[in-house]
Design a protein around this ligand. Structure first.
Ligand code: T1G
Length: 706
């Protein structure tokens, strides 16, 4: 006979025995992560339920979610006991039936706990998944062994390799859960537990099931797809091996191998980098110096000035997220062209299955075009995306000042220009801010939120919040030429040009850095963007045509109307029909002639030197940016680079990479480049030298000893 009506607090849960049901309600806000305390708590609760002679254990969570995974912040620390596999074994082996009821997010170790339970129910709207692969690891507590036993090999592979969660309906249809429940939480779970108990449940062990539809073809296909993906992490191949093993052996062997592979992945550089980025992206959302009690402004109506490529993309971002958008252009003709491109882009999204027709139509209907600047009057936020000239920006901001309502946030999408100057053209500099989107704006994740000298804290907070709502990853930065991303990129691109003159070919540079992990090489990027872009940027900075070794080749290419892909030739040639890129002997001869002109001897350059020159240029400029306070944190710079510049996530961003390269090694290599090239750029930034001398192993200013 069960003890009755016991109420008990166990570390991270409340425990209550009522009507034979031991209700274990875990609490570890904000996401009920499986900390050491939660692991101890579950074991203690099971022991207590046994001592109480309970008829059913109901495991669920308090707060707004079930367990969303292991506590990643514990990963680098010494392992605390009990370990999760021991907790999972205790659940599966329990002689009392265990029901796990989920709501919110049931992810990673949370779902692994549920799969070891004997019965599973989830509240409508719960997301269930094994997202470990996004952190460079694999499910480490039976996930690769139990999921295929519940949903079959093919579905399990797709869930674990994509890391994407599934809906409750999908979970029910595929056999992952027994029931979708509805109603108030936790009442709905407790009601379901009562019904289950009435049906006379007994333990059902997932580990004893066999794996359905595990044919060799599924695994061969998954391996082929993986090898073509360019992914260099360890986890995906191991996941395929382990799901296959689940179909061939008993769960004990599968779990043992899974644990070994999990520990190997967890210790890998790739996983350390991805975990760094997980926290870096969340930290970047909290700009320094803005108190938590600052209230954001309310934003419903948005106006975008300029219906060109950037303006159109920006309008799409807001309309897709549900904002009403007024798109302002100078002429009716430009406006219609812009609206038509937006329509085509939405249609492309539908054709590619990214959006449904009804969602695309609804988004499009939220955009209204106008040629009257007065129509910005109802906007709470304006983003201007007009021609990149201070004269134009001055006039736009003066007009915005005249027409916008009080409190409207006036943002500029400038990539380089001084936002303080634009703010000075208005009577309300506190409302002026930078919203630097990346092209194509409706696709790229990064948003640099640029605080000018007088930007009000609530304007910054508002834009950060709006950025999240439109699906962007925002990072706050300060005003300087090019802000964080483009300022660093200029140094990277400059090294690429110098390497050409010193003897590398465009193809060698692009291949070496792609092999290192960048999404594209700098010369291919330059050809894609158009060589005229950087040509005009050099002129804006007062650099005369052909006046420096790093600009004489691209300047001459532009003067010859070789602007890159759009003219069929730039650093490379492009086939007019297929667009295929090929090397151009004409360009190589031109580079050689320029090297002679500058008296720079050409030599064989190794791929390793190419990668070091390019990436350490980012690191050195990044350290200067940090020192000047243009970025709040080294990790913010990493977030900028992985989300806006094709920097490989598995290397964690340039500043994290510098830490793994070794800060002292980076300083030594820069000094070597300085000696070899005589280029003062390679004088290592003082912050970098200081960090290298301190034992902290980090570039985060607060952590470097004086
Ligand atoms: N560990 C530690 N902290 C975490 C965390 C985690 N797993 N997940 C989130 N946080 C913190 C986060 O840093 C933030 O803190 C706060 O919680 C809210 O998060 C054994 C090994 C659950 C969908 O990968 O996907 O289980 O910034 O801002 O937008 O095999 O967080 O407020 O101080 O993201 O509502 C697998 C990761 C782990 C899930 C909620 N699980 N998390 O999104 O809030 S590995 C995951 C998420 C594992 C097992 C393996 C999301 C979310 P702060 P948030 P959100």
């Amino acid at each position: 006979m069960a003890n009755e009506n016991t109420v008990f607090e166990i570390e991270s849960a409340s425990y209550e025995l009522f009507g034979g049901i031991a209700k274990v309600a875990i609490s570890n806000p904000p996401i009920n992560a499986i900390s050491a305390s939660v692991r101890r708590t579950i074991l203690a609760a099971l022991a207590k339920a046994e001592a109480d002679n309970a008829a059913l254990v109901l495991l669920y969570c308090q707060g707004n979610t079930y367990i969303a995974g292991a506590d990643i912040s514990e990963f680098g620390k010494p392992q605390a006991y009990p370990e999760l596999p021991d907790v999972i074994a205790a659940i599966e082996n329990s002689t009392i039936p265990v029901l796990v009821a989920m709501h919110g997010n049931a992810l990673g170790g949370g779902l692994e706990i549920a799969m070891a339970g004997h019965y599973r129910a989830a509240l409508t709207g719960t997301k269930l998944g094994l997202p470990e692969v996004n952190l460079g690891i694999l499910p480490g507590s039976g996930g690769t062994q139990r999921l295929p036993r519940l949903v079959g090999a093919e579905k399990a592979l797709s869930m674990i390799l994509s890391g994407k969660p599934i809906s409750t309906q999908d979970a029910k249809d595929s056999g992952l859960i027994d029931a979708v429940i509805e109603g108030e939480w936790p009442g709905a779970a407790i009601d379901y537990a009562g019904k289950l108990l009435a049906s006379g449940p007994s333990p059902r062990r997932t580990g004893e099931l066999s794996v359905a539809n595990a044919n060799a073809e599924i695994f061969a296909k998954a391996r082929e797809k993986q090898s073509n993906s360019g992914n260099r992490l360890l986890a995906p191949n191991y996941i395929i091996d382990l799901v296959e093993l689940a179909s061939q052996s008993d769960i004990a062997l599968g779990q043992q191998q899974e644990r070994e592979r999990f520990l190997e992945c967890r210790a890998s550089r790739g996983s350390q980098s991805l975990r760094h980025l997980f926290f870096a992206e969340r930290t970047a959302a909290k700009p320094k110096g803005i108190d938590s009690d600052v209230k954001p402004r309310s934003i419903e109506n948005v106006a975008v000035i300029g219906a060109g490529t950037m303006g159109g993309g920006i309008a799409m971002c807001f309309a897709t997220a549900g904002y009403k958008v007024t798109l302002v252009e100078l002429s009716e003709e430009n406006l219609q062209r812009g609206l038509s491109t937006i329509g085509k882009n939405y249609q492309k999204g539908v054709d590619r299955g990214i959006s449904s027709q009804s969602k695309a139509d609804a988004a499009l209907s939220r955009i209204t075009g106008t040629t009257q600047m007065e129509d910005v009057a109802s906007a709470d936020l304006v983003v201007e995306a007009t021609f990149e000239s201070m004269e134009v920006k001055h006039s736009v901001f003066a007009k915005l000042d005249a027409h916008c309502k009080p409190g409207c946030i006036m943002a500029t999408n400038t990539s380089y220009l001084d936002i303080n100057e634009m703010a000075a053209a208005t009577s309300r500099p506190q409302d002026v801010i930078g919203a630097h989107f990346f092209s194509p704006a409706h696709i790229m994740k990064l948003l640099e939120v640029v605080r000018a000298d007088k930007t009000a804290p609530d304007a910054v907070k508002t834009l950060m919040q709006v950025a999240k709502r439109i699906g962007k990853t925002p990072v706050t930065v300060g005003v300087c030429y090019g802000f964080v991303g483009n300022r660093m990129l200029q140094k990277y691109a400059r090294q690429a040009q110098l390497l050409l003159v010193e003897g590398a070919t465009p193809k060698q540079i692009d291949s070496a850095i792609k092999e290192w992990g960048m999404a594209m090489g700098p010369l291919s990027v330059a050809d894609l963007a158009g060589l005229d872009i950087s040509y005009f940027s050099r002129r804006n900075q007062g650099i005369e045509v052909g006046s420096l070794p790093e600009c004489s080749v691209p300047d001459e290419l532009v003067d010859e109307k070789r602007l890159g892909r759009k003219t069929g030739a730039g650093f490379y040639q492009y086939d007019p029909d297929s667009g295929k890129q090929s090397e151009d002997p004409y360009v190589i001869e031109k580079i050689q002639a320029h090297a002679k002109k500058w008296g720079i001897p050409q030599r064989q350059i190794s791929d390793e030197e190419i990668a070091d020159r390019l990436i350490l240029a980012l690191v050195n400029e990044g350290a200067k940016i940090l020192q000047e306070g243009i970025a709040d944190r080294a990790s913010d710079i990493d977030v900028v680079y992985v989300n806006g510049y094709g920097f490989p996530r598995w290397r964690g961003g340039p500043m994290f990479y510098a830490e793994t390269y070794g800060l002292a090694n980076a300083v030594a290599r820069m000094r070597q480049f300085q000696e070899q090239t005589g280029d003062d750029f390679w004088q290592p930034a003082p912050l970098l030298c200081k960090a290298a001398e301190s034992d902290a192993g980090t570039l985060e200013i607060g952590k470097i000893a004086d």
